[in-house]
Design a protein around this ligand. Structure first.
Ligand SMILES: [Zn+2]
Length: 155
């Protein structure tokens, strides 16, 4: 994605209080969306270019880590990376206009680093290796993200 400034990120969230990431250290070429986690760990944010308007859109997610002592394979529903140990979290997002009464959830990579995983820039690699080329994986992830964010009326 193209680089964006902290001001542009703030603008996406309007009056809502968000923890802004340090955009100077981000390698934008490797990203299909920007996702980051609040230091508290219980909140996370996504910003992306809306396929509907071509403008920046985003959402504030509640994040719940799912810690298990036993090995449990879990797949991120956006990038399809299969994690071996506690690599995912449950993210929920309120549907716009429901005043927090209606939430939808997804199991995703806990640090919202799907773009880097798709490009094999993070170790360890997925438990299940895929033969799909990168562009196809990006396309699949974006389709899934867009569908979810649209359901929450956030695109
Ligand atoms: Zn992922």
């Amino acid at each position: 994605m193209d680089s964006i400034s902290q001001d542009e990120i703030s603008h996406v969230f309007g009056v809502e209080q968000v923890f802004l990431p340090d955009v100077s250290v981000i390698e934008w070429n490797n990203l299909d969306y920007l996702g980051w986690v609040h230091p508290s760990g219980s909140q996370a944010y996504v910003v992306l270019v809306s396929p509907e308007t071509g403008r920046l859109a985003g959402g504030i997610l509640n994040r719940t880590l799912r810690v298990s002592i036993r090995q449990r394979f879990e797949m991120c529903s956006w990038c399809h990376h299969v994690h071996r140990y506690n690599g995912t979290a449950m993210f929920t997002l309120s549907v716009k206009g429901t005043r927090g009464r209606h939430y939808i959830g997804k199991v995703l990579c806990k640090n919202l680093d799907c773009s880097l995983r798709i490009r094999n820039l993070i170790e360890p690699s997925s438990y299940m290796t895929e033969t799909l080329y990168t562009e196809a994986r990006v396309w699949r992830m974006q389709k899934s993200m867009h569908r979810w964010l649209k359901k929450a009326k956030r695109l």
